[in-house]
Design a protein around this ligand. Structure first.
Ligand SMILES: *Cc1c(COP(=O)(O)O)cnc(C)c1O
Length: 385
């Protein structure tokens, strides 16, 4: 396998982990639709025994994603939640996790409804100021779970500062890098131990597949995670692996357009008389704008905003009247989506918790796609009228 590790992002996105098929020369990695592999003699095989453990299509994708995150190892999962589940299973009862307060609703649900009853403790902390972390770390703290930019209020957490704060304490730092994608941000280079992705979003990029990924540098940690993955079984199939691999080949080109359109839409919304607060890390008055500039290549295509007429019916009316933006959960695809976090992605978080983290009843979240920026702005304009 040719080593692409010193090449630029676009070259790695297209080539890393992949080479022409040995038997046919096919340039695309084949979809190895098989559950088992024939052995020459018991235990003697070509590295593949049973497809829950390993599949060649998935292996190519895992190496590709690892290369994008500048990681030694990659692991792919049947969903982002499957990846998160595997990380939390590193812990045992009594261990404590400190997580960002503003969090993907599904992560919050898994932490509080699945793992808390099994004896793992979770604290949800505002990490906008990274030094806040120190007030909450105890001898039981074993994992810091960060999302940045956060979902859906687009807060920025200083990854390097968080890592610095727990240095030498034997605490893992895991970053859910779904919103930024590896094109905009590489948390392992800032000292994080694990990077998690919902590859369903920007990596896949076409709203046609559900997948998760982890990237790791430490060999012992990788082996533990791979062991849990193979033991518990949240592995993706070869067809899904192929789809994500194909999606990633255009990640850098898509992200540039997401960022450009995101900026256009953010500026339009900010200037509109009916729009209240617009959350987008590219604004100079965004609370952690300087940190975003430091740790991200650009500001991404996600933003959220409230309406001046701050009530749920007005927000619903708006969300229903866009024509180019579709009302749907998820994000990171080529098409623009709009969602209402309080009733959709974040409905499982109690109202007081939600409002503490800025998810008001009228907050709307937008995943800016890669259509023509003018059409997106015209669509928002007519919906606001
Ligand atoms: C979607 C998402 C997840 C969950 O991933 P799935 O692929 O839907 O299981 C986790 N974190 C973030 C930030 C997400 O947007």
């Amino acid at each position: 396998m040719y080593d692409f590790s010193n090449f630029g992002f676009g070259t790695r996105a297209i080539h890393a982990g992949q080479e022409p098929d040995e038997t046919t020369g096919a340039i695309m990695t084949p979809i190895f639709q098989t559950s088992t592999y024939v052995q020459e003699s018991p235990g003697k095989h070509k590295g593949y025994a049973y497809a829950r453990g390993k599949n060649p299509t998935r292996s190519a994708l895992e190496q590709n994603i690892a290369s994008l995150e500048k990681a030694k190892y990659g692991l792919c999962f049947s969903s982002g939640m499957g990846a998160i589940d595997t990380v939390i299973k590193l812990l045992k009862p009594g261990d404590e996790v400190i997580a960002t307060q503003d969090l993907y609703g599904g992560s919050y649900r898994m932490f509080t409804k699945v793992f808390e009853p099994l004896g793992i403790k979770f604290k949800f902390v505002d990490l906008y100021d990274a030094s806040n972390l120190l007030k909450h770390v105890s001898d039981s703290t074993k994992l810091i779970w960060i999302e940045t930019p956060t979902n859906p209020t687009l807060q920025i957490i200083d990854i390097a500062a968080i890592v610095e704060n727990v240095k030498g304490k034997n605490i893992l730092v895991c970053v859910d890098n779904t919103f930024a994608s590896p094109y905009l941000q590489n948390p392992l280079l800032m000292g994080a131990d694990v990077v998690m992705h919902s590859a369903t979003k920007y990596l896949g990029g076409h709203s046609d597949v559900v997948m998760g990924a982890l990237c790791i540098n430490d060999t012992a940690l990788f082996e533990k995670l791979a062991f849990i993955q193979n033991s518990c079984g949240p592995t993706p199939g070869p067809m899904d692996s192929f789809l994500v691999m194909r999606g990633i080949k255009t990640l850098h080109v898509r992200m540039d357009r997401h960022c450009y359109n995101g900026k256009e839409v953010a500026q339009f919304l900010k200037s509109h008389p009916k729009v209240g607060k617009v959350n987008w890390p590219g604004f100079a008055d965004h609370p952690n704008h300087d940190i975003a500039k430091k740790q991200m290549k650009d500001f991404g295509g996600m933003l959220s905003f409230s309406l001046k007429d701050d009530n749920i019916e007005t927000a619903f009316e708006f969300a229903k009247s866009t024509k180019v933006f579709s009302l749907a959960e998820s994000l990171g695809g080529v098409e623009s989506l709009i969602s209402h976090p309080a009733s959709m992605t974040h409905a499982s978080i109690p109202k007081e918790e939600r409002e503490k983290s800025g998810v008001s009843d009228s907050l709307l979240r937008i995943s800016v796609g890669i259509e023509d920026a003018n059409d997106l702005i015209e669509d928002l304009k007519q919906a606001l009228n």
